[in-house]
Design a protein around this ligand. Structure first.
Ligand code: F6R
Length: 260
């Protein structure tokens, strides 16, 4: 695992958007794995900047959403499909029909999970998967005690996650109780995992995921099993990392994108 400590969210966005730009330069039809929530927004804004200055095009790319609320239709403003529409597809040149998400409004959710996994496989898998982390260590919506081998399935949100996501809804009661999420086994099949976190609130979860034991209780610790995982954190999210000086020294010696 490579841990990169950057000064702030803006620097995180620029660095990770740089990973994506390097990938797309080599593979214009790359398959991107997109996360929602606040953490990846600086990445999407930097991609937009690159598109505007003419240095990047995602027109040949496909994208897969990591997760989706169950019970919200795709046009509900807080569905992840609509959020990615606002934050990514309407602002970047990735064609809207090249974006696939789990269908949380399907009547047969089991079948919808299967269809999503099949679409992922048919696309040849994800080249770079963006991930945030929950304060409880979740990744995607794989809440604590999720199977480390899980596939895409329906999960029940924890009270912590529902409270954290209430800021996107008019009232806490409106936050759906269930989600469809890529499983940890699904996430681990992506060729490059990039987990980003900013802010003090994420410091405990980041330290547990990176330096704690591999445990279903901290689902993000599953990144320890992946041969190409990069964790990009700002100074505050890095504040509980015991080996921060080592990560800084390693990063300065070899920029992480050299491995892409
Ligand atoms: C979102 C997702 C979640 C978030 C996590 C952090 O698609 O899968 O795991 O990444 O809850 O959310 P933010 O970034 O809003 O703190």
């Amino acid at each position: 695992m490579e841990v990169v400590i950057v000064p702030d969210a803006h620097a995180m966005g620029a660095l990770v958007a740089g990973f994506i730009a390097q990938l797309v330069a080599k593979r214009p039809n790359a398959v991107l794995g997109l996360a929602t929530g606040s953490s990846p927004l600086p990445i999407y804004r930097d991609l937009e900047r690159q598109l505007q200055d003419g240095s990047l095009s995602l027109a040949g790319c496909k994208a897969f959403l990591l997760d989706e609320y169950v019970g919200l239709t795709a046009n509900h403003p807080q569905s992840y499909r609509a959020t990615i529409g606002r934050e990514v597809t309407e602002r970047l040149d990735i064609p809207p029909d090249a974006v696939v998400g789990p269908d949380g409004s399907a009547t047969d959710l089991l079948r919808a999970c299967e269809a999503y996994e099949n679409a992922l496989m048919a696309a040849g898998g994800i080249d770079i998967q963006l991930l945030g982390i929950g304060v409880n260590g979740h990744v995607g919506f794989n809440e604590p005690t999720s199977s480390l081998a899980s596939g895409t399935r329906v999960k029940t949100l924890s009270a912590q996650t529902r409270a954290d996501n209430a800021r996107f809804f008019e009232s806490a009661d409106e936050v759906p109780r269930h989600v469809m999420t890529q499983g940890i086994g699904t996430i681990l099949r992506a060729r490059h995992l990039v987990l980003v976190a900013t802010g003090e609130r994420k410091a405990t979860a980041v330290a547990a995921a990176v330096e704690g034991p591999l445990s279903a209780f901290v689902p993000a610790s599953a990144l320890q099993l992946h041969p190409h995982a990069t964790v990009v954190v700002d100074e505050t999210a890095a504040s509980q990392l015991q080996l921060a000086p080592y990560y800084r020294a390693t990063y300065n010696a070899k920029p992480p994108w050299q491995g892409l």
